[in-house]
Ligand binder design. Sequence first.
Ligand SMILES: Cc1cc2nc3c(=O)[nH]c(=O)nc-3n(C[C@H](O)[C@H](O)[C@H](O)COP(=O)(O)O)c2cc1C
Length: 205
Amino acid sequence: MSEKLSTLIRERRSVRKYDPSVKIEKEEILQMLEVATKAPSTSNLQPWEFLVFVDPEERKDLRTIAYNQEQIETASAVVAVLGDKEFYKNVEPVYESMVEAGFIDAATKEVLIGNANKTYPYASEEAMKNMATFDAGLAAMQFMLIAKDRGYGTGTMGGFDKVKFSERFHLADRYFPIVLIAIGKENAQSYQTTRLPIKDKVKFI
Ligand SMILES: Cc1cc2nc3c(=O)[nH]c(=O)nc-3n(C[C@H](O)[C@H](O)[C@H](O)COP(=O)(O)O)c2cc1C
């Protein structure tokens, strides 16, 4: 592992105090998400969407929904990571773009679509949500490390009312909220955390 990657991972921590005067351009957030979503996903069906909160008015309501966590309003932005429980509906654009890029041929595309259509539409909602949650989590983690690399702090929040969130921000039925990620400039050091010994968590068999 490179020194740089190791330092980024070791020094990331959840930031809860932000400098409220710092703005991050939408374009920069988009670029970070573009790289973050190079994450792997189930059949490459990319079961994630992101609702990026920059507007102060919208964030007042979001703060209430997130049990008054102050970083909702003081961070430069809050990225809501959404899962897509009907991600098999992405088959056509996903596999067609791989054909257009010259990575697969048209026959392979049809095989991939056939495989996806044989499986995912028959999976339970719970299974679909689990797959989407895991995949979106991979992208979310990459986003946090990319943000750290660019000098920003981030903080994941699972503490919010997911039903109220879906209602207030009019999520279509196929999408569900997973976490909120605050992003901005840290203005007071958060406490550090430890991890249990890795040897207690790993078994080689
Ligand atoms: C899914 C998830 C939900 C979390 N929810 C909250 C939250 O609602 N509020 C908060 O302040 N921190 C929240 N955290 C941050 C954790 O408390 C934090 O990651 C953990 O204590 C380890 O600290 P570190 O991130 O600084 O390494 C959450 C983290 C995860 C992964």
